[in-house]
Design a protein around this ligand. Structure first.
Ligand SMILES: Nc1ncnc2c1ncn2[C@@H]1O[C@H](COP(=O)(O)OP(=O)(O)OP(=O)(O)O)[C@@H](O)[C@H]1O
Length: 281
């Protein structure tokens, strides 16, 4: 039986105001980088907090490496970097790393320090004086320094400049290739995920709208351009028309009469996000 990094069945989380996640069924493979995409309020952070055991599901279950989280605290092989990157502001960077070493039996001091050095963060600086991007790099070094099997990163790229984003993605890819670590990361910067993520989970309105291996998903979809008089193909995700021409993204093979191309990850994700928004409106 396959053990997934994350495996959810009928997963739902109801807050006082309403459902944050509802009827979610998904599997994320081990040893890969999975992208978690969705508009604000889609349920991405809720999903991560359920996986860490910080929240308990209202319905269904989520398993991390085959185990239900929360029974014995966060899974020992799981690291989570929350959106607000909680670090002790009064500690220096060096003190944060020392705390990481004391608190984590699987700590790899050399690796954590290498990540901090690569990020050019001054070790004696107090965390509270660092820029948002520098704080992210320190938090990432602490999360990865634990040598987790699965790391959940909630918008790790948000504070980073384009070069730092590239560095972080390269670090994550190297770690996945070298140690077989699993990365699940949420991001609104879809273009940065292209060529990096192997697997996609797209949420909107608390529900799963699209999931699967990225290469398979791209191969299963087409951007079709043709006259607006043409019959629409099956599997339309989104159709946009001008006076003469229609541009369609559809889950389909080649369709006679239409000019067809494979979509980019960004084109595919944007089509699903726009269509989910149109349905909700
Ligand atoms: N503690 C909470 N109490 C009540 N409602 C909450 C709570 N946390 C999240 N929600 C609601 O659950 C839904 C999903 O929120 P969540 O933070 O998981 O989304 P997200 O996809 O991470 O959004 P963003 O991209 O803005 O970070 C939203 O409608 C949000 O208002």
């Amino acid at each position: 039986m396959t053990t997934y990094a994350l495996d959810a069945t009928a997963l739902g989380m109801r807050y006082r105001r309403g459902w944050g996640l509802r009827d979610c069924e998904f599997q994320l493979p081990t040893g890969r980088i999975s992208a978690l995409i969705g508009p604000n309020g889609a349920g991405k952070s809720t999903l991560m907090r359920l996986a860490t055991g910080l929240l308990r599901p209202t319905t269904g279950s989520i398993r991390v490496l085959g185990e239900e989280p929360g029974r014995h605290g966060t899974h020992r092989k799981l690291a989570f970097l929350a959106q607000d990157k909680p670090l002790y502001r009064g500690f220096t960077v060096a003190e944060m790393l020392r705390a990481g070493a004391v608190l984590n039996p699987s700590w790899d001091d050399e690796y954590a320090w290498r990540l901090v050095r690569e990020a050019d963060v001054p070790p004696q600086a107090k965390v509270g004086t660092l820029s948002g991007g520098q704080r992210t790099r320190v938090a990432l070094a602490i999360a990865l320094g634990r040598r987790p099997e699965v790391v959940l990163l909630d918008e790790p790229l948000a504070d980073l400049d384009p070069l730092a984003r590239e560095d972080v993605m390269r670090t994550l890819m190297a770690e996945v290739a070298d140690s077989g670590m699993t990365v699940v990361l949420s991001s609104h910067v879809i273009a940065d995920l292209d060529g990096v993520c192997d697997h996609l989970l797209l949420l909107a309105g608390g529900r799963v709208r699209l999931q699967g291996d990225v290469e398979d998903l791209l191969a299963q979809h087409r951007v079709l351009i043709g006259s607006r008089e043409l019959v629409m193909p099956d599997g339309v995700v989104e159709a946009r028309t001008t006076e003469r021409q229609a541009t369609v993204i559809a889950r389909t093979g080649p369709v006679p009469g239409w000019e067809a191309d494979e979509p980019s990850l960004e084109e595919l994700a944007m089509a699903y996000l726009r269509s989910a928004r149109a349905v909700a409106a």
